[in-house]
Design a protein around this ligand. Structure first.
Ligand code: NAD
Length: 488
């Protein structure tokens, strides 16, 4: 395979990120507000309720000092926003990223409330983080920053198993969550539910099987259900299932990688292109995902991968043909600067808010189906919910019923063997592992939530994002209708 056929360096007018329009576009908070307005027109909910629902209930801004390894002191800005308190605890990620702004945190907190409601998880939404580039801190500086952030949250009443349960997001991972939990435990040593203060922990610290890959796996289940809609697939000229589709994926982090893995391994999908922030790789015959992951882990770039052609500009890969484009990086990567270039039939949003409003309007008008973030990437929060339930119950899924299930299966098999007058006892009976239980429950929730969204979209003849928002807003309203707020 010829390499670097279009490597043009990063100078020049075009941006490898394709985000300069995005920066001029409206902010994320205004973006979410407009989506609330657009979709609530299809509900019977009072306008004043919707206005209230746009806003966050509680906001915390912090200045967090750390001592650098060289002895100097630095201060970082941190935030936490509690969106809706219609259901407790609240749940949301912690993000460590440079340039993080309060209004973006508020927008994602609102999105989290909607995400939880659309997949019927009984949490409210929260979000937070620190404006920092974690790659510029040493491990001990990062641990100090994480612990100081967690301490501020706890002291201010913004963290706790019954208040606000944090999880990983951009720039944070299971180790970050273990540090947060440990710091919380120092301030609340007698809290018997302290394991439930964060999710996305390592399994050894109370995490749950399947959480690492859950967002990618949930995305796979949701896509499977969307593509079972004959009307949709016929209108797009696609076969009526998930098999043999071609993909371009933007972002090869946790979510992008697992999506690539699941669609290739489970549905004979072909990944023709993957792009990262410094460029990408393209192969119309399909990329070898396993080999590419090895290359990326080693070199921290997709460039130079010998199973594809290297491209330095995002546009050069985004403009290639594929069935499904998957933005799995950051917000606003699909915008008015690159929307005309896309040659996909579906944009399936794995990242939060990856399409600007202008680009969304353009793509919908050009017959591209958009599968919305609040549904497509809800697998992570669903599995976090299972982890929370495990931590609160102090028992892993299946522990109580495992032996009973095995004995029941043996009894059924014995009964059938008796009827057939044959021996069916060869081999081992499979009893559900924790991972089986988690994955099956995830599939159930994802599939049902997509079905309800499809139903609402058909009922009002609206796009899938508006349909998902309608379902979410209606559910929150119903939830608040019976809340103790109104008790005398
Ligand atoms: P990650 O940090 O593991 O991966 C993101 C990847 O995108 C990185 O490799 C980064 O280099 C790349 N990237 C950044 N800017 C880019 C650009 N302009 N073009 C191409 N690539 C770019 O993060 P993640 O956990 O995979 O999350 C990805 C997205 O999914 C985020 O929007 C996140 O909020 C959302 N999300 C994640 C989860 C989860 O469980 N991890 C759950 C729900 C939503």
């Amino acid at each position: 395979m010829l390499k670097n056929v279009a490597a043009k360096g990063l100078i020049g007018k075009r941006s490898s990120l394709g985000r300069s329009e995005a920066l001029r576009d409206i902010g994320m908070k205004e973006h979410v507000h407009r989506l609330f307005d657009r979709s609530s027109a299809y509900t019977r909910i009072p306008g004043s309720f919707v206005e209230g629902l746009k806003k966050c209930s509680h906001i915390l801004e912090m200045q967090i000092p750390i001592k650098r390894d060289d002895g100097s002191i630095d201060i970082f800005e941190g935030f936490r926003a509690h969106h809706s308190i219609h259901a407790l605890p609240l749940k949301g990620g912690i993000r460590f990223t440079p340039g993080l702004k309060l209004e973006d945190v508020e927008a994602v907190a609102a999105l989290m409330t909607l995400k939880m409601a659309v997949v019927d998880i009984p949490y409210g939404g929260a979000h937070g983080g620190v404006s920092v580039d974690p790659s510029k801190l040493s491990k001990s500086e990062l641990e100090q920053l994480t612990r100081n952030y967690a301490r501020e949250l706890t002291k201010s009443g913004f963290m706790g198993p019954s208040i606000d349960v944090a999880g990983p997001d951009i720039g944070t991972d299971s180790t970050t969550m273990a540090w947060v939990m440990d710091e919380y435990s120092k301030l609340a040593p007698n809290d018997t539910e302290l394991l439930a203060v964060v999710t996305g922990k390592p399994e050894a610290s109370g995490g749950i099987a399947g959480r690492v890959e859950a967002t990618g796996r949930g995305f796979y289940y949701a896509l499977h259900q969307f593509l079972s809609d004959l009307e949709l697939t016929e209108s797009l000229g696609l076969t009526n299932n998930l098999d043999n589709k071609s993909y371009i994926i933007q972002g090869f982090g946790n979510v992008g990688y697992y999506i690539a893995k699941f669609v290739t391994e489970n549905a004979k999908g072909k990944i023709v292109g993957i792009l990262e922030k410094d460029g990408g790789t393209y192969n119309p015959e399909g990329l070898d995902v396993k080999a590419l992951k090895k290359h990326f882990d080693k070199h921290h770039t997709l460039k130079g991968f010998d199973g594809g052609d290297t491209y330095s500009y995002a546009e050069d890969i985004l403009s290639k043909e594929c069935d499904i484009l998957v933005p799995a990086a950051i917000e606003k990567t699909i915008n008015s600067e690159n929307m005309h270039l896309l040659k996909c039939k579906i944009v399936a949003e794995a990242a939060n808010m990856p399409i600007t409003l202008k680009a969304e309007e353009y793509l919908l008008n050009h017959g591209v189906a958009i599968l919305p973030d609040i549904l497509m990437n809800a697998g992570g929060v669903i599995t976090s919910y299972f982890e929370y339930v495990k931590n609160i119950g102090h028992i892993s899924p299946g522990k109580l019923t495992k032996r009973w299930e095995m004995r029941s299966n043996e009894a059924i098999l014995k009964f059938i063997a008796g009827l057939l007058e044959t021996d069916l006892t060869h081999g081992e009976l499979h009893v559900a592992s924790d991972l089986d239980i988690v994955n099956n429950a995830l599939e159930d929730l994802m599939t049902n939530s997509v079905k309800l969204t499809q139903k609402t979209a058909n009922r009002f003849a609206i796009n899938y994002r508006d349909a998902a928002y309608v379902n979410a807003i209606n559910r929150i309203y119903e939830n608040l209708r019976y809340s103790s707020y109104y008790a005398a």
